[in-house]
Design a binder for this molecule. Structure first.
Ligand code: 6R9
Length: 572
């Protein structure tokens, strides 16, 4: 697609003039007004004359396709909100959405918000125990789910007296529902033309996202309706969503990317999106993008690296000329992947950095801005960011020094607390800064370079080395498919670098190769960064959202408790 002017004209100009009032003005919101995300994403778009515009193009893994306009979205979310209300779900109750990426998940999420209840999305691949931990913490009132996931809920039902309603969205009547189970079919349920949305205001609770911490128990990050102000404008300026776009966010709404930018940001902008729960293969994904003429694509480094493995030839088999903007989030995006995407798609992936707790994009590469491959870019206009000295927690003024990424806690979508855990929430702030728990350095031109999670940085002989840097270097070795680098205890140096490596097909594990890879890193980076030990593995432990769980590997090395691994995709 020929490039077109981006929404953000110039980053430098925007930094000088930006204020969140721009977002409020576009949303016609004034402080103190009612603000309901459910209404903003459906009713308002219809009122703006886009009722018949496509909101959602959905394709199942079996090839079934469904399409919904913004008016459908309005009616179905009304219907779901009204259904929940009639059942007895109240404002402020937690309603868990436990579904695959089906239309009911997206609509249910907005329906819950219209009702003024709190949406608690959970990844549908969670087993009973993971589900229980999170429902117990939130004392969830209702869960919306599919038949296929019912057994996982039934398993733990006795332990959940607070869970009053189990709503099955695909019940076909073939098997009797049990106690506390109710059927809701959005195709056949009479559509509710008018539903009075709960008159939520800025600080009314909206979404409760559970996120795994390093200390073990997952924490419920509490967001409010006012987050819309951040999500709307970042979707517009960073993802560059425009009127005729077809947007594809590959994230599952069980994770924050799938809600902030897979539901709220996109639909508040009145943009068409496509969703599929088709499994990952490069060919499947390219076919989906080709068929739906995707223009803006928001994905994640693990996916991009998997696509890389298949090479550019796989890309060239498809007509992907509709693509005009690519962005990535979730973990470090290696310079190599950025360079590859230029080769493969004729444009670079734009790295974006943020967290469940921030609710919206904080540091990013913007359309039209010079990209330095491997850098996360610069703070979003309106965000005051810095890196803090690791000991004093004071901002580091010298360039190139590694510190903790921190933000002035004054943007609209910052979390308001952790559910039941005000103490850990408070520990996230120091000297007036929100502490991200991630380390980075800032270069002469103000670009942020990610180093690692605060707990992942390796201290070897008093020198800090970042696992990401080493993993990136390892990836450049022809034999390496994936790697994870952790610190391993060492009596002299405190820690040394250990690399877990999955080899590409066709390479055999042997001592020669091991030494060759070690030397490769030593030459590229330094002797400090060189892995002292390499362990070849078939695959690396990853969270279900695709992040390599270094801490699982690290804990093994240190003989420590692994903590909560309920989001682990594969066991080692
Ligand atoms: C949105 C999301 C947050 C953590 C974050 C950091 C890592 C996210 C990144 C990145 C390097 C990026 N992370 N984006 N690391 N470069 N562009 O992923 O939220 O699941 O809460 O994870 O992910 O470590 O602190 P969440």
């Amino acid at each position: 697609m020929p490039s077109k002017p981006s929404n953000m004209k110039s980053y430098e100009e925007e930094v000088k003039t930006f204020s969140w009032d721009i977002s409020k003005k576009e949303l016609e919101y004034k402080d103190g007004d009612i603000i309901n995300i459910g209404w903003y994403c459906s009713d308002r778009i219809c009122e703006k004359g886009k009722a018949e515009k496509l909101a959602l193009i959905w394709e199942s893994s079996k090839g079934e396709e469904k399409r919904y306009t913004f008016n459908d979205l309005r009616l179905i979310t009304n219907t779901m909100a009204s259904y929940l209300k009639n059942l007895g779900v109240n404002q402020g109750d937690r309603v868990c959405l436990f579904m695959d990426k089906i239309p009911e998940l997206y609509m249910g999420f907005l329906g819950v918000l219209k009702l003024g209840a709190i949406a608690q999305p959970l990844f549908s691949a969670f087993g009973s125990e993971s589900l229980l931990t999170r429902l117990e913490d939130a004392t969830t009132t209702a869960i919306m789910t599919q038949k296929k996931h019912l057994p996982k809920v039934r398993n733990i039902l006795e332990k959940m007296p607070y869970l009053k309603y189990i709503i099955v969205v695909d019940d076909d009547g073939s098997k009797a529902l049990r106690e506390r189970e109710f059927a809701l079919n959005i195709e056949t349920e009479p559509k509710i033309e008018k539903f009075d949305c709960f008159p939520s205001t800025a600080e009314t609770k909206s979404v409760l996202h559970y996120t795994s911490g390093t200390t073990g128990k997952p924490k419920g990050a509490q967001h409010v309706h006012y987050s819309l102000i951040s999500q709307y404008i970042t979707a517009k300026y960073v993802l560059d969503l425009q009127e005729d776009d077809v947007y594809w966010c590959t994230a599952d709404p069980g994770w924050v990317t799938g809600t902030s930018y897979g539901i709220i940001g996109v639909w508040a902008n009145g943009v068409t999106q496509c969703v599929t729960d088709i499994g990952f293969t490069a060919d499947n994904w390219y076919k989906f993008a080709e068929k739906n003429k995707v223009t803006v694509w928001y994905s994640a480094p693990t996916a991009i690296r998997s696509l890389m493995k298949e090479g550019t030839a796989a890309v060239k088999k498809h007509d992907l000329s509709s693509l005009r903007h690519l962005a990535s989030v979730g973990e470090p995006l290696n310079a190599e992947a950025v360079i590859w995407s230029q080769e493969a798609f004729g444009m670079m992936f734009h790295d974006t950095f943020w967290q469940t707790e921030t609710g919206s994009i904080m540091v990013s590469n913007y359309p039209g801005m010079k990209i330095k491959p491997g850098s996360m870019g610069k703070p979003f206009p309106g965000i005051t960011a810095t890196v803090l000295d690791l000991k004093t927690s004071e901002p580091i003024t010298k360039k190139g020094i590694v510190g903790m990424i921190a933000f002035q806690p004054n943007w609209p979508s910052i979390i308001r607390t952790y559910w039941n855990n005000e103490e850990i929430y408070k520990s996230k702030f120091k000297n007036g800064w929100y502490l991200s728990g991630d380390r980075a350095s800032i270069d002469e031109e103000g670009y942020y370079w990610f180093v690692g999670r605060d707990d992942d940085v390796i201290n070897t002989a008093g020198h800090l080395v970042g696992p990401f840097e080493i993993e990136s270097a390892l990836l450049e070795h022809p034999a390496v498919a994936e790697s994870a680098v952790v610190g391993k205890p060492d009596p002299v140096n405190m820690e040394v670098v250990k690399a877990f490596i999955a080899l590409k097909p066709g390479y055999d594990q042997n001592k020669m190769l091991e030494l060759e890879i070690m030397n490769f890193v030593r030459k590229k980076l330094s002797a400090l960064a060189m892995p002292q030990e390499i362990e070849f593995v078939d695959s690396l432990p990853k969270t279900r959202s695709g992040k390599i769980m270094r801490r699982v590997l690290r804990a093994k090395e240190w003989g420590e408790e692994i903590g909560d691994i309920s989001t682990l995709e594969n066991d080692m």
